[in-house]
Design a protein around this ligand. Structure first.
Ligand code: ZN
Length: 263
């Protein structure tokens, strides 16, 4: 197995050898899209929304200068920050003004560990790791409100909607394998609302246990897909599926699903 460092953590080689939380999530969304991402055939759009999170991450990691140098698009012509990143600065200032938030974000940054779940190699990279005490992940989200779930036909807490509970389960299990101790998982969250909201949330152990069971149930299939031993399913809805769609029949317009997004 290759040794993971910061410079090769996100490499294609690393993504082929190891599963990560985001790769697992991608497989859950659409198996074919996940494979296309690993192969480099499909890239998730680097939206401003995503970049705001990366900007705040980079600040806490102490690599904001490098981030700025690598992302000239975040600046206006006059050299000042675009509105989204003025917001990112505001989030940073707001979170640093809070003692509890700062304490939870004061662990070791970007700590990498690897392990195995159900025979599937996993890699993790922690935002703030308190050795022997806690795992903390930083999240910048639109707001803390529940999110409509198309499949469940109801709103679910944003932590579940974005799979942060599954992330917690994977991180906790890999740390346990490396350090022999089960640590609590926290989310240090901040919102991009006009007035920034902040919160440090814990995910109860019973929820983490449930999510680990889900990972154990699904990860072996995803590994088999990566090895080409099984055929990937298409979700038919994601950008990859749209991009590669081939029309084979005429559709009655009434069969096109009505989205009842209540948000
Ligand atoms: Zn799809």
């Amino acid at each position: 197995m290759m040794t993971l460092k910061n410079y090769n953590y996100f490499s294609q080689e690393a993504n082929l050898e190891y599963m990560s939380y985001s790769q697992f999530k991608s497989f859950c969304e659409c198996e074919e899209k996940a494979l296309a991402e690993i192969a480099g055939d499909f890239r998730r759009e680097e939206t401003a929304a995503l970049l705001v999170g990366s900007y705040v991450d980079a600040h806490y990691e102490g690599t904001l200068d490098i981030f700025k140098a690598n992302h000239p698009k975040i600046f206006k012509r006059d050299g000042s920050l675009k509105a989204d990143f003025v917001k990112a600065e505001e989030i940073i200032n707001r979170t640093e003004r809070d003692k509890l938030f700062t304490k939870y974000m004061s662990g070791k940054k970007q700590v990498i560990m690897t392990g195995e779940i159900e025979g599937v190699p996993f890699k993790i990279k922690m935002d703030s790791y308190h050795e022997g005490k806690a795992i903390v992940d930083l999240k910048c989200v639109k707001d803390f409100k529940p999110v409509w779930d198309e499949e469940l036909h109801r709103k679910v807490p944003f932590v579940e909607a974005w799979g942060y509970d599954v992330q917690g389960a994977i991180y906790q299990e890999i740390v346990r394998q490396n350090r022999g101790k089960q640590l609590p998982f926290f989310i240090a969250g901040a919102t991009k609302e006009s007035t920034v909201d902040i919160c440090v949330m814990n995910i109860p152990q019973e929820r983490l246990d449930e999510c680990l069971q889900l990972v154990k149930a699904l990860a072996p299939r995803y590994k088999a897909l990566k090895l080409g031993k099984e055929t990937a399913a298409r979700c038919g809805k994601c950008d990859w599926c749209k991009e590669t769609k081939i029309l084979t029949e005429i559709v009655d317009y009434r069969d096109i699903e009505v989205s009842d997004n209540a948000d």
